[in-house]
Write a protein that binds this ligand. Sequence first.
Ligand code: FES
Ligand code: FES
Length: 150
Amino acid sequence: MNVAVTVNGTVYERDVEARKLLIHFLRDDIDLTGSHIGCDTGNCGACSVILDGTLVKSCMVLAVQANGSKVETVEGLADGEQLTALQQAFTDHHALQCGYCTPGMLMSATSLLRSNPSPSDEEIRKALQGNICRCTGYWNIFEAVKSVAR
Ligand code: FES
Ligand code: FES
């Protein structure tokens, strides 16, 4: 099937199998490998992207379902070398170690802060509950998000 998906402002038109997942479209068909695959079963959140304004796990969406849609990935956050405040906060608060979960964490937190710029501690925790990190113990990630939310 032929699909046209706008990713970070650029339209990508490709022929894909109907069974292809959006995460595989992003990584394999258009070479945007910032979104990671941690489980392929909707549990880890490493593949999180924003689809038409809604946070989704891109291993739970077919590429054909994104046809005609706008997708935002971690590659679209920074403006050239200029990091977003949230990305800078992750650096400042040592909110990553191996970095595998980081793209998904950033997309989940970005989605939260867009809809709720002043989230409570509980709202931050709830927004990140779909993202697994095996390194940091989560505290520094929470602190990074909170620092931007203030
Ligand atoms: S790879 Fe999609 S949730 Fe883990
Ligand atoms: S920093 Fe390694 S999984 Fe989160």
